[in-house]
Design a protein around this ligand. Sequence first.
Ligand code: HBI
Length: 96
Amino acid sequence: MAAKLTPDKRSAALASLHGWVEVDGRDAITRVFKFRNFSEAWGFMSRAALVAEGMDHHPEWTNVYSKVEVTLSTHDAGGVTELDIKLARAMDEIAA
Ligand code: HBI
């Protein structure tokens, strides 16, 4: 099982991602993705879902029309692990 990142390692990992920030009061990271329309938002979620399923690591996310809000944390570890950073990076690449 992946271990939680130390605060320093979590901050360093965040610096390598695009637009992700720590969640206040919770060991988790979050980013808002804005797309041109619902269809593009849904396409992003479809592609990201396949990556998550392949990793057996799943996001907490909401979608309202062209906006997707994603929060990542590793439930089994009780905080942010390398798995969350890896999934966040994959999402950044899909949305680029
Ligand atoms: N997704 N974010 C997240 N955190 C987990 O701990 C997790 C998961 N997806 C599947 C999963 N764990 C499995 O390994 C079982 O623990 C459910």
